[in-house]
Each structure stands twice: as structure tokens, then as C-alpha cells.
Design a binder for this molecule. Structure first.
Ligand SMILES: [Mn+2]
Length: 315
């Protein structure tokens, strides 16, 4: 069975990525491509849009996947980049409004819109599978939602890439396939009642919260929802606890890995078969990996992580 080193959201932190690969026993071959004799890397997406070295991050991940040393999944940031570049009905699938432009600005500084290497990066993003599954393990960027994965199956190639028709389907924001792609790449969200809007870590005004879909349905809502680092008052927390935010996620039969959620502290499994590997390297946290050797139950000792690294201080 394939031995995998599953790596969370990098967001342009190439120094941390190189430190993590070294810690995992990967080394550069004569062409400068990282490889390991017995293992492959599985990247969970979100390579871009923050951090000091998006170009170098893409070079490392792309060269590894081209050589078969790694599998790179699509994150919501790569998906958004494709939609930002893709035209539909005289506009773009992802609007070029100030919020979207700002979220993408650091990438656009390194890859000016329309330049040859910008188009090349977007083409590579389009080639990324949205999910990975073998008999023993499954992985996705944000949410392993079996129903949503079934709903978009007709839009996927055999190896899990979104066909061109998927972007047309996504452009119909009332459609079921739009909702399914959103859940898989961005996770389920819940609309908040009046008076509960908040500003997230980027200062954007939000009226919806991410649901930590792997948590117990009966847990208080304040523990099930994520508010982008915003500090909420007691009155707001009391209102939140009155919300109904059930999500019918059965525990998976095999280990499921994902990134996307801004975890903090020491990396650890969230449940026997569930682990998030985004430990907020883009926010002064750590870049985390899980060394999976075929086990059905996750082991806290199999996490490896590194700090953001010296180049992060430049930003
Ligand atoms: Mn993400």
C-alpha cells in the first residue's frame, strides 16, 4: 500500500514547505525535485493567495507532482483563481470586485494577469483533482461530503478533475452542483441571524459561519462554528448557542484528511479517523503533515510540523 505524507495548506510559505519536506526525509534530486524512496506526498490544496513565496511553492509542488512524487489536490484558492480567470456571459465566473481582487492580490503581484506564466499556472490549477480516494484513505480540501461528491461525479474526469462543464455548472449559483462544489472545497456554512455579523481575519464583513462538520451534532453551536478569528461577546455567543446547526455527517469508514480550517496548537487527530492538516502557517502557526502508513486509526505521533520560517517575517 502506498505510504503517504499528507501535507496541509501551504499558502506561499515555501521555506516552511522545504523545511517540512526535509523533516519528512525528502531530498532534492539532480534536477532540484524533492523525492523520497518509499513515500509520496499528498498536498491538500491552497498553495497561493498569501505568504511570501507563491511562485516557489508552485515550483516545488508542480515539479513533485509532474514526477509522480506527489499528488496535489485543488483548494478553494486555486478554484477561485480559475473562476477569476474564466469568462462567462461577458464577465468572469468570479467577479473582479474589490473584495475578490484583494483576496487574490498577492498572487496577481507574482503572476500578473494575462502573462504567459499566469495562464500556465491557471492551466495547472485546472488539472488538479478535487478528491483523492483509495481503499484505505480519503482526502479533500475542505469537506468529505459523500452526497456532494456524488452530486458532482458527472462533472469529474476519472481521476477526479473538474471537467470544463463543471465551471459552467458552478456559474449557476442556484444549482445543486454549485452548492456541492462549495461544500467540498469551502465546507458547509450557516447563515447567521441579524446582529451576529462579524469581521473575519482579513477584515471582511461576514454574515455566515463555517461549520466544523466533523464535530458532534449535539455539541453547543459556539463549538461547532468558526468565526474567522473574530472575538465575540457573551450576548453573541448566547445567540449562537440558540442556533440549530446540525450537519448529518456519519463517521467515515476509513481515515479522512482535509485542510482549510485554521487549526491552532499542536496537530492532533479530531476523531479516530479524521484529521485536519491546516495549522495556520499563514497566520504565524505551523505547516503540518501526517505520515500515513496504511493504518485505519490515526495516531497522534504521526504528525510532523514546522514553523512558518524566516521568509515569513518579510511579509
Ligand atoms: Mn481553503
Amino acid at each position: 500500500m502506498d505510504k503517504l505524507d499528507i501535507i496541509g495548506d501551504i499558502h506561499g510559505h515555501a521555506d516552511a514547505l522545504e523545511a517540512l519536506l526535509a523533516a519528512l526525509g525528502y531530498s532534492k534530486d539532480g534536477d532540484g525535485v524533492y523525492s523520497h524512496d518509499e513515500r509520496r506526498a499528498l498536498f491538500l490544496g491552497d498553495y497561493i493567495d498569501r505568504g511570501p513565496d507563491q511562485r516557489r511553492t508552485l515550483e516545488i509542488v508542480r515539479s513533485m507532482s509532474k514526477r509522480g512524487r506527489a499528488i496535489a489536490l485543488m483548494g478553494n484558492h486555486e478554484f477561485n483563481a480559475i473562476c477569476y480567470a474564466a469568462r462567462i456571459n461577458g464577465g468572469f465566473i468570479r467577479a473582479h470586485n474589490p473584495k475578490n481582487r484583494e483576496q487574490h492580490a498577492a498572487f496577481l503581484r507574482e503572476f500578473p494577469e494575462g502573462a504567459a506564466d499566469y495562464c500556465d499556472a491557471i492551466d495547472w490549477f485546472r488539472s488538479l483533482p478535487v478528491r483523492f480516494e483509495t481503499e484505505g484513505v480519503a482526502a479533500v480540501h475542505a469537506c468529505w461530503c459523500a452526497r456532494s461528491l456524488r452530486a458532482i461525479e458527472p462533472l469529474l474526469t476519472e481521476d477526479g478533475r473538474l471537467r470544463p462543464a463543471a465551471y459552467d455548472a458552478y456559474a449557476d449559483t442556484c444549482g445543486a452542483q454549485y452548492a456541492a462544489i462549495e461544500r467540498i472545497l469551502k465546507g458547509p456554512e450557516i447563515a447567521l441571524p441579524d446582529g451576529l455579523d462579524y469581521r473575519d481575519k482579513d477584515g471582511h464583513f461576514r454574515r455566515a459561519a463555517r461549520i466544523r462538520w466533523w464535530t458532534d451534532n449535539d455539541a453547543p453551536a459556539r463549538r461547532r462554528l468558526e468565526f474567522g478569528g473574530a472575538r465575540l461577546g457573551d450576548d453573541q455567543l448566547a445567540m449562537i448557542d440558540r442556533m440549530e446547526c446540525r450537519e448529518p455527517f456519519p463517521m467515515p469508514a476509513k481515515p479522512v484528511f482535509f485542510g482549510h480550517y485554521w487549526m491552532q496548537g499542536a496537530p492532533a487527530p479530531l476523531a479516530e479517523k479524521i484529521a485536519c492538516l491546516d495549522y495556520s502557517v499563514a497566520k504565524g502557526g505551523r505547516l503540518a503533515a501526517y505520515r500515513w502508513n496504511g493504518e485505519a486509526r490515526l495516531n497522534a505521533r504521526n504528525f510532523v510540523s514546522v514553523e512558518a520560517g524566516p521568509s515569513a517575517a518579510r511579509k
